[in-house]
Design a protein around this ligand. Structure first.
Ligand SMILES: Cc1cc2nc3c(=O)[nH]c(=O)nc-3n(C[C@H](O)[C@H](O)[C@H](O)COP(=O)(O)O)c2cc1C
Length: 144
């Protein structure tokens, strides 16, 4: 894989504002947008949804991620968007899909705030890696 200094990974958390009753449609609409925009701009990553909260990880070129972040900040379907990771990465760790969706059940024990602790662990121990980060989150919430 070619090293690219412009590659970054961003992880943010946010809160749903649109009607929870239509969450399936909302997620479907998001994925439809992502399939088009992310594919075109070579942005790859994962979206977790749980109890009206989102956690999204995106990897791509710095300029392309900025375009997407502008859209995300302007999107009224969610609010309180807080970036928890914004770091350069040497190589892409996601190549195969545009946005991998994890719609987690209400009963799943998960605390997105804990992600900030996971991020701190990363800072202390190793270089940020999108794929490993998502694996760590999946491990934490017992997803295979
Ligand atoms: C939690 C969340 C995650 C989203 N993720 C993406 C994404 O990865 N890619 C994308 O193109 N749009 C994503 N969207 C939708 C964008 O905010 C925006 O609505 C969409 O890109 C259409 O933009 P446009 O109206 O400027 O064409 C997301 C929206 C939400 C609420």
């Amino acid at each position: 894989m070619k090293n690219n200094e412009n590659l970054r990974v961003i992880v943010y958390v946010s809160e749903l504002t649109s009607d929870v009753a239509i969450i399936d449609k909302t997620l479907k609409d998001i994925i439809t947008s992502a399939n088009r925009f992310n594919e075109e701009h070579k942005i790859y990553g994962a979206l977790f949804y749980h109890n009206q909260r989102f956690l999204q990880l995106i990897e791509g070129e710095h300029d392309k991620l900025s375009l997407l972040m502008d859209k995300l900040y302007a999107d009224t379907r969610h609010t309180n968007l807080k970036v928890v990771v914004d770091a350069p990465i040497g190589v892409r760790t996601y190549e195969d899909w545009t946005l991998d969706l994890f719609n987690l059940s209400e009963n799943q024990k998960i605390d997105f705030d804990h992600i900030i602790t996971i991020k701190k662990m990363f800072d202390a121990q190793c270089k940020m890696d999108g794929w490993l980060f998502v694996q760590t989150i999946k491990d934490y919430i017992n997803l295979t």
